[in-house]
Design a binder for this molecule. Structure first.
Ligand code: MG
Length: 222
């Protein structure tokens, strides 16, 4: 159900990283294709390879080829690290959005299923880390999206209440995690998953462009 953004103003904005804040779509796709070819001896369709992006990498590999998950994981990471800086991209408008949200005085966080070492690599290439008050990576919690634990940790760190927090992401796991945490959710249309996959989960909001997110944080005339 899409709420009218004008009805609500949020004070804590939590973002997914891959496919939401940084464009790692080519990087992830090429890493999967490589691992699939090298380890399984064939290239699985992209829809299969990318079906569980947004969950921790080892879990994704277990779903692709349980017996060879360890080998898939290592091969993926070797390729991913070797090609990281050449394939990662920024999304036009995202840095301006983060800057503007910061100026409007809200708290910002990242909640990602990426491991902390690859989060560091992403921030090295796309230097947006200073905009965020906290970063929750896969290493920080026992459970991962769609479990709400990583979001609850981010809210604790930001001292943010449920009803003033929104989680913004490109994956069905992001929407499910936000719903499980009891906070507002927003799907974005510039990431890895097709709009239909997000909309069928009925996020509270859906955005086609980064600057539309500012509607959740109107400038107050005080
Ligand atoms: Mg994502």
């Amino acid at each position: 159900m899409f709420l009218n953004p004008a009805d609500k103003s949020f004070r804590a904005f939590l973002f997914d990283l891959d496919g939401t804040v940084v464009d790692t779509i080519d990087l992830i796709r090429e890493s999967f294709r490589h691992a699939s070819r090298e380890v399984l001896g064939r290239q699985l369709p992209d829809e299969v390879l990318m079906a569980n992006v947004g969950q921790p990498l080892m879990e994704q590999m277990e779903k692709l080829g349980a017996k060879k998950a360890g080998q898939l994981y290592d091969t993926y990471r070797r390729y991913n690290h070797a090609h990281h800086d050449e394939l990662i991209r920024s999304y036009p408008g995202v840095e301006d959005l983060l800057k503007e949200l910061g100026m409007r005085g809200v708290r910002l966080g990242i909640v990602t299923s990426k491991s902390r070492d690859t989060v560091k690599m992403a921030f090295h290439s796309i230097p947006v880390e200073p905009y965020f008050d906290t970063v929750v990576a896969a290493d920080d919690t026992d459970f991962h999206k769609p479990h709400p634990q990583p979001l609850m940790l981010a809210m604790r760190r930001l001292d943010a209440a449920l009803d003033e927090t929104v989680y913004i992401g490109d994956s069905p796991f992001d929407i499910k995690a936000g719903q499980a945490a009891g906070i507002a959710t927003a799907g974005v249309g510039w990431g890895i998953f097709p709009p239909q996959r997000l909309k069928e989960l009925e996020p509270d909001f859906y955005f086609e462009k980064p600057d539309e997110i500012l509607s959740l944080c109107p400038v107050r005339n005080v």
